[in-house]
Write a protein of this length. Structure first.
Length: 221
């Protein structure tokens, strides 16, 4: 286990790894706090509700490990915060935790330099196990995002191109605007949407985009 001599919030000398929890929902945050404090290897130095403040805490305090959700109710983003932290403090370990199956999260986390990734409801390993492996120098990532239902199909039945189009749809872009973004003809976009409607059974593109957003398959930013 990696650890350094540091001081907790009471000023007491501690050998445990200092953890910052960043989670906007009170119940998961409290569960993380209880689980982490149950281990003598870790100490919750701070537990906050917004990713916007996570880089500041890492600047000011001896944080060694960050456990952070992605989408916060105040509009802040855990991946954006992780990028800032890694730029300023590359030695701080970061584990992204989320319940959203957004297909781009894993790839973006790897690109940023996040150390590990954990799905709240779809992981066989506990968060403490992921923390131990991460602090021992391992990068732990799931092979793919969880599969969820979208109308009549599972999300993994959509092609990469269809998901790309769907992402722009959730942002409110028209077919013409999507075509311009993807450098293709508008007929190509219409074909992708037609195929998605046939697969899912939804009656129109608006319903498809709304349900995809609700399911968390794509998050329009």
């Amino acid at each position: 286990m990696v650890g350094i001599l540091n001081y907790n919030t009471e000023g007491e000398l501690s050998m445990a790894t200092n953890v910052l929890i960043v989670e906007d929902q009170s119940m998961p945050r409290q569960l993380f706090e209880m689980l982490i404090e149950s281990s003598s290897s870790y100490h919750v130095l701070y537990s906050i509700e917004s990713a916007a403040f996570a880089p500041v805490y890492c600047d000011k305090y001896p944080i060694e490990l960050v456990i952070m959700d992605v989408i916060m109710k105040d509009g802040s983003n855990g991946l954006e915060a992780a990028q800032k932290i890694k730029t300023a403090h590359p030695d701080i370990k970061i584990i992204i935790v989320t319940s959203m199956p957004e297909v781009s999260f894993i790839a973006r986390a790897k690109e940023i330099g996040v150390n590990s990734f954990w799905y709240k409801e779809a992981n066989t390993d506990t968060i403490l196990e992921i923390m131990d492996r991460t602090m021992n120098g391992e990068n732990v990532f799931p092979e793919k995002s969880p599969t969820v239902r979208l109308g009549n199909i599972n999300s993994d039945e959509l092609t990469n191109k269809e998901i790309e189009v769907l992402r722009y749809m959730t942002k409110g872009l028209s077919n013409q605007e999507i075509a311009e973004r993807l450098f293709v003809e508008i007929t190509t976009i219409k074909t992708h949407i037609k195929h998605m409607l046939q697969k899912t059974g939804f009656s129109n593109r608006t319903e498809l985009a709304i349900q995809a957003r609700i399911a968390g398959i794509v998050i329009g930013e």
